[in-house]
Design a protein around this ligand. Sequence first.
Ligand SMILES: [Mg+2]
Length: 392
Amino acid sequence: MKIKAIETHVCHARMRNWVFVKVVTDQDGLHGWGEATLEWHTRSIVGAIEDLAELILGEDPTRIEHLWQMMYRQHFWHGHGVVRSTAISGIDIALWDIAGKVAGVPCSKLWGGPVRDRVRTYCHLGGGRLEDFYETSTAEAARFADLASRAVDEGFTAFKSMAVPPTMPLEGLRPIRAAEACVAAMRDAVGDSIDIMVDCHARPSPAMGMQFAKALEPYGLYFLEEPCWPESIDGLAAINRATSTPIATGERLTHLAAFRDLFANQCCEVVQFDLTHCGGFTEGRRIAALADAYRLAIAPHNPQGPVSTAASLEFGFSQPSYVICETVHDDVPWRQDVVQEGFTVEPNGRFVLPNTRPGLGIEINEAAVKQHPFQQELPQRVYYEDGSVGDW
Ligand SMILES: [Mg+2]
């Protein structure tokens, strides 16, 4: 069996262009789907996949580790820049989809699964509607509470909010109090049986992240995400040491050695590698094994398209330390038109039951994808009050 073509199918979904990767074999009808979505980098990703194709066209698609090594190492530059690692991930996921189809089993079964009966999921406030999640001001605590109640009404037992505003490296009490008010309002609205997550989006400096972590500690967050830049290993470690709230991070790390440094410095209790950025299932399984040595929880980053979701769920049925999967369901109203999924979602609780179809169990509707061709992603720009540039 040989790889005959590697195609990219770009689907504009408002905030992101989903980049679906189709690896086509020379066997009649046998192909695999992956995803290599990287917001605001769509053209780069499509080009990076073209660059990688020349390495693996004509090769046996079932030699996945061998092909991964070629893609990661054989163009001199190791493949951990985020564009290259995302492109590798998209191809790798598609190769595993093919392997599952060849074996006639879901991917999780290739890795010894299923290890659980169902996977728990959580949503963004607003279900993925970017205005609700990213643009609700922390001055509007009541709005956070309303959106939290709506998530629970939609069946979720856990949700994530962006209740920490952008801050300069040092600011006074105002943003701290704003974050606290938003989290207090959400906790009041949903009670103690629902899990609340706060994503700081790596906006704070280590000093501000520490203050947010301390202020939010009494509210019993399920986790506090990216309380400072991922480059600030010492800052993450200090915050994680100082609070009982589990610290989550890892969505921007793209290779095993970066996770080694994160874990060895005890920076987090929850690791959020993104299977579409970290090198796909091949590298993701290594990262998960390393995380197990530190007894960390796995909760993958997954705000992208439906192939990323299928991959993240399939992975969850193979990894014992996996606790919850990020999902978006309302980013665009036609999300379900582009994909047929092999798994089912229990509406009460939003638990996912295993896919029983081969591979990832999905098929992409290419005609539906063509109805949403590439458009420039909507900009999301952050400036501080003095006009200087902040982190989104
Ligand atoms: Mg995040």
